[in-house]
Design a protein around this ligand. Structure first.
Ligand SMILES: [Zn+2]
Length: 281
């Protein structure tokens, strides 16, 4: 769909299965299982939702999913599906990886940054998008390379270091304009440098890519916050602010891990109206 100068496409960059308890934090299972029935292992299907944007001859990729590097044991544990989904979806738009100019991820957890790099035939790693500027919050980058013990399993150096080695890492602090009309806004909360990606044509015509601030539709309720979040009060404040802006200006929201109708509008009563032009990625 068009949003000012931006042509937006929403796609699924594969996904995995998350433990339901951890995904919904303090919300009891009797409540969340009505919204998202888990399988026999208590797992819930999660998508890695990506947004690809054409803007004045440029191609921008927001979020890259898990990618294809995860070893077999982890891929089995997380029940990863369609790990090469992003590149095949780009291919169906006629976009080659070399044509991508800008890559932005909400944060650097493996399910967002895994697609930044891929394995070469000789066993080393290469950038998936070899020409692109890669925009990340400085605080996220620093934490990802020196995470606390609880976060260590969520970051992989091989997703990250090749970006810096190629000289294509662009660190930002707080709010920054990446290209005219495309702003990243640091929220923290889920991770120290988690950010929203906002396409802004006007107050009334904007789109926010939410990452894990609003992972799926049940997370539109304020208290539904993943157990993984490092700073829950921060997540709560930032989510409240985003949802207030989104419902009063009817912003288009793209939810980071939603499997059904990830792009839509929050209605004043809390309902969700999918954007028909972006449905069924
Ligand atoms: Zn995530």
């Amino acid at each position: 769909m068009r949003l000012g100068d931006f042509e937006l496409y929403v796609m699924t960059a594969g996904g995995w299965h998350a433990d339901g308890g951890s995904f919904f934090g303090v919300v009891p299972r009797v409540l969340w299982q009505k919204e998202r029935p888990p399988d026999e292992d208590n797992l819930i299907r999660c998508a890695c939702v990506a947004v690809v944007v054409r803007h004045r001859g440029r191609v921008i990729v927001c979020e890259t999913g898990i990618g294809t590097k995860l070893d077999e044991k982890l891929a089995r544990r997380y029940r990863v599906w369609e790990p090469d989904g992003l590149l095949s979806s780009l291919g169906s738009l006629g976009i080659r990886p070399q044509e991508v100019d800008v890559v932005v991820t909400t944060h650097l957890h493996w399910d967002h940054a895994g697609g930044l790099t891929r394995r070469r035939a000789d066993g080393g790693y290469e950038l998936t998008f070899p020409r692109a500027r890669h925009v990340v919050q400085r605080e996220e980058w620093d934490f990802a390379l020196a995470p606390d013990p609880r976060s260590r399993a969520a970051y992989f150096e091989e997703d990250l270091l090749p970006v810096a080695d190629a000289g294509l890492l662009e660190l930002v602090d707080g709010e920054a304009e990446v290209v005219p009309g495309l702003v990243v806004r640091k929220t923290g909360g889920h991770t120290p440098g988690h950010q929203l990606i906002i396409f802004r044509h006007s107050d009334e015509l904007s789109c926010a890519v939410t990452g894990d601030l609003v992972a799926q539709r049940p997370h539109l309720r304020l208290p539904w916050i993943p157990a993984a979040d490092l700073d829950v009060r921060r997540s709560l404040e930032e989510k409240e602010k985003l949802l207030e802006e989104a419902s009063s200006h009817r912003w288009l929201l793209v939810l980071g891990h939603e499997t059904e109708h990830p792009a839509g509008y929050l209605e004043p009563g809390g309902g969700w109206t999918p954007e028909p032009e972006l449905d069924n990625p």
